[in-house]
Design a binder for this molecule. Structure first.
Ligand code: ARG
Length: 584
C-alpha cells in the first residue's frame, strides 16, 4: 500500500509533468505539514522553488499545477495561499480507507526496505579490564534501537561489539600482574572484575611513573600481538573476566550483540600496511609509519599524521579501525557501517574514513557513518558521579532506577488500595525503571549532552517512558473493562468524526514516514517524539470521545482506533528496546 504522503507526492509530481513537461519529472514537490490545521494537512511549496527556473510568478505556477492535479479521491479542492503555497486537506473518506488498510496490516503500513542493505552496527564496545561507563551505556542503548529499527525495516544487520581487547593496556596489566598477582594470569576466576579494575589503576600509575616498567610493558604488548603463549593465556583470562561482567548488563537490558573485538583484526593489520605502502600513502615519520591527512593540520599548520604503526612495531586503535573497515567492506560486503560512540571520537572516525577512502577500501555506494552522542551529566551539570565523588557503576545506576520505580509503584498501590503480587511488582518496576533509563537517553537529540535525572525520567507526565507505557495500559484497560477481543474487530468500517479522532488518525498514518526518517538520519529521538505525540493525541481523543458507551458504528471504529494506537505504541517502544506492560 502507498503511504498517504507518498501518494500525495506522486500526484503532485504527475501534475508537474503534465503542466510543465517531462523536464520536471522527479521534482521534489516540497511537501511539509501545515502549521495551522485550518489551512489543511500539508502544503506544497514547490511553486516558490520553481519560480526562477520557469521565469514566472509562484502564484501563477501554483495555479497551473492545481489545474493539472487529479486529487479529488484524496483531498478537498486545493487552495492556493500567500505567494503560492498549495494547501491540501485530506478527505475524511480517504483517511478512513487508509487507516483501515493500516489496521489490517501486521506491519502497520510500514513497507519493507527495498533494496535491503547489508548493515553493520558497531556499538557498545567497552574496554576489557575496565569498567563499562555511562558512555558505553549510551552507545548500547542507541545502538540496540538503531539495530532493531533497521532489522524491522528488513535490512540485513550485523551487530558488532568492537571491544577494546588489544592494546597497551594489556602489556602493562600483564606485566603488573606478573609481579603482584601471578595466579590472575594463569588460573581462571582467580580475581573478579573489581580487582581487575583496581589492578588496572595500579598498573597505569606504574606505567606513567616508571620508565623501566613502561619499556617492559611495551615489550609485553608486542609479545601478545605476535602470539607468544603465556601472554596469550593471560590475555584470554582477563578477557573472560570482563566478558562475564558485560554480559550481565546486556542480559538485563535485553541487548543482542556479537563480540568481535579489536584482536579479531590483528591478522589483517599487515595487509593494511601493505595496501597503504603499495599506494604510496604510508610514510616514515619519527620512526613511526604514518599517513599524512588531508584537511587536518597540527598547530604549526603542517599536515597531521595518522599513526598506523608505532616505532616499536605495535599497531594502535586507528590501525585496528582501518583493518576493520577493510574487512567489513571487502569480506563482510557491508553497504552501510554505523559507528556509535561519543562525539569525542568524531576526529578519529573522520581520519580513518579518509584514509580508508584514499586506500580504495570503500566501494562506490558504501556508506560509513559515525553517529556521535553527547555526554551524560549529573543534575549539577557536571560529570555524573556518586555522592562520594566516585564514578557511577552501571549496575548501581540500573539498580537505583528499578528501586525508585518500585517505590513509586508501592505508593500507587497503597493510594489506590490495590492488592498486587510480588511477581507483578517486580516485573512492573523492572520494566518501568529500565525503560525509563533507556527512554531518557533515546528521547534526547543524541548530539547534545543530557542530564541524568531519576525524578524526570520516572515522572508519569511528560515525555517519559512511564507516560507512554500508561497510554498503552489505558487501552488494555478498555479491552478488559468491555471484554473486547481486539483481534475480532477488523470487519467493521472506520468512521472518523470528531477532530480528535481525525488528528489521531493522521498521526497514526505517519508511522512509516517517521521510521524511514530514523533509517536515514539515525536519530531515535524522532521516534520518541512521534510516540509522545501519539500518546497525547490518544489521550485527547479518549478524554473527548466515549468509546465503550458510544453507539455503533462509532463504538467499533473507536475501539479500532484504540487498538491501533496500542499496537503502534507497542511496536515503537519495542524498537526503542522498551518492554510494554498490560497493567502497571
Ligand atoms: N572501545 C572504544 C571506547 O571505549 C569504542 C570502540 C568503538 N568502535 C570502533 N570501531 N572504534 O572508546
Amino acid at each position: 500500500m502507498l503511504s498517504t504522503l507518498d501518494d500525495l507526492k506522486q500526484r503532485l509530481q504527475t501534475a508537474l509533468v503534465h503542466a510543465f513537461g517531462p523536464d520536471l519529472a522527479g521534482t521534489d514537490p516540497v511537501l511539509v505539514p501545515t502549521n495551522n490545521p485550518q489551512f489543511g494537512d500539508y502544503q506544497a511549496n514547490v511553486a516558490m522553488s520553481l519560480a526562477k527556473r520557469l521565469k514566472d510568478k509562484p502564484r501563477a505556477i501554483a495555479t497551473k499545477i492545481v489545474e493539472h492535479l487529479t486529487i479529488d479521491d484524496l483531498c478537498e479542492p486545493p487552495q492556493i495561499a500567500g505567494p503560492g503555497f498549495i494547501n491540501l486537506k485530506f478527505k475524511t473518506e480517504y483517511l478512513q480507507g487508509q487507516l483501515k488498510a493500516v489496521y489490517l496490516d501486521p506491519r502497520l503500513g510500514v513497507p519493507m526496505a527495498n533494496p535491503v542493505q547489508r548493515t553493520i552496527v558497531d556499538f557498545s564496545s567497552p574496554n576489557i579490564a575496565k569498567e563499562m561507563h555511562v558512555g558505553h551505556l549510551r552507545s548500547t542503548i542507541i545502538g540496540e534501537c538503531i539495530a532493531r529499527t533497521l532489522e524491522f525495516l528488513g535490512h540485513d544487520v550485523l551487530r558488532l561489539n568492537h571491544v577494546g581487547d588489544w592494546g597497551t593496556q594489556f602489556g602493562m596489566l600483564i606485566t603488573h600482574l606478573r609481579d603482584v598477582c601471578p595466579e590472575a594470569i594463569t588460573e581462571s576466576s582467580a580475581i573478579d572484575i573489581g580487582d581487575l579494575v583496581e589492578f588496572y589503576k595500579q598498573a597505569k600509575k606504574r606505567f606513567d611513573e616508571d620508565e623501566d616498567f613502561k619499556t617492559i610493558s611495551r615489550e609485553a604488548v608486542v609479545d601478545l600481538q605476535s602470539g607468544e603463549k603465556t601472554a596469550r593465556k593471560a590475555w584470554q583470562l582477563l578477557c573472560e573476566q570482563s566478558r562475564k561482567e558485560f554480559q550481565k548488563i546486556y542480559d538485563r537490558l535485553d541487548i543482542t550483540i556479537q563480540e568481535r573485538g579489536e584482536s579479531f583484526y590483528n591478522p589483517f593489520l599487515d595487509d593494511v600496511a601493505k595496501d597503504l605502502t603499495a599506494l604510496g600513502l604510508l610514510e616514515e615519520n619519527q620512526g613511526a609509519q604514518v599517513v599524512f591527512l588531508e584537511g587536518f593540520t597540527n598547530k604549526d599548520g603542517n599536515p597531521q599524521p595518522l599513526i598506523v604503526q608505532k616505532s616499536d612495531g605495535g599497531f594502535n586503535y586507528a590501525a585496528t579501525d582501518l583493518a576493520a573497515i577493510r574487512q567489513r567492506t571487502i569480506d563482510e560486503k557491508a553497504q552501510r557501517v554505523i559507528y556509535i560512540t561519543d562525539a569525542g571520537q568524531a576526529n578519529h572516525f573522520a581520519q580513518v574514513f579518509q584514509v580508508a577512502k584514499r586506500a580504495h577500501w570503500i566501494p562506490e555506494g558504501v556508506e560509513l557513518v559515525h553517529i556521535p552522542f553527547g555526554l551524560v551529566k549529573g543534575e549539577d551539570g557536571k560529570k555524573l558521579k556518586t555522592r562520594s565523588g566516585e564514578t557511577i557503576k552501571l549496575k548501581a545506576l540500573l539498580d537505583e532506577a528499578v528501586t525508585r520505580s518500585e517505590q513509586d509503584l508501592q505508593q500507587r498501590i497503597k493510594d489506590e488500595n490495590r492488592q498486587e503480587s510480588e511477581d507483578f511488582i517486580r516485573e512492573v518496576s523492572t520494566a518501568v525503571g529500565l525503560g525509563a533509563v533507556k527512554y531518557a537517553d533515546l528521547s534526547q537529540n543524541r548530539t547534545s549532552d543530557y542530564i541524568f535525572s531519576f525524578d524526570k525520567m520516572l515522572a508519569l507526565q511528560g515525555n517519559t517512558a512511564p507516560y507512554m507505557l500508561y497510554a498503552y495500559v489505558r487501552v488494555q484497560g478498555i479491552s478488559r473493562k468491555g471484554d473486547i477481543d481486539f483481534t475480532q474487530l477488523g470487519d467493521a468500517p472506520m468512521v472518523l468524526e470528531d477532530d480528535t479522532e481525525l488528528a489521531l488518525a493522521k498521526h497514526l498514518l505517519a508511522l512509516d514516514t517517521i521510521l524511514l526518517e530514523v533509517e536515514r538520519d539515525l536519530f531515535p529521538n524522532r521516534l520518541c517524539q512521534y510516540l509522545f505525540e501519539l500518546s497525547q493525541k490518544f489521550n485527547q481523543f479518549y478524554d473527548r470521545c466515549s468509546v465503550l458507551q458510544a453507539e455503533e458504528p462509532q463504538r467499533t471504529s473507536r475501539l479500532m482506533l484504540c487498538d491501533l494506537t496500542a499496537r503502534t505504541l507497542k511496536l515503537g517502544l519495542t524498537l526503542l528496546g522498551i518492554q510494554v506492560l498490560e497493567r502497571m
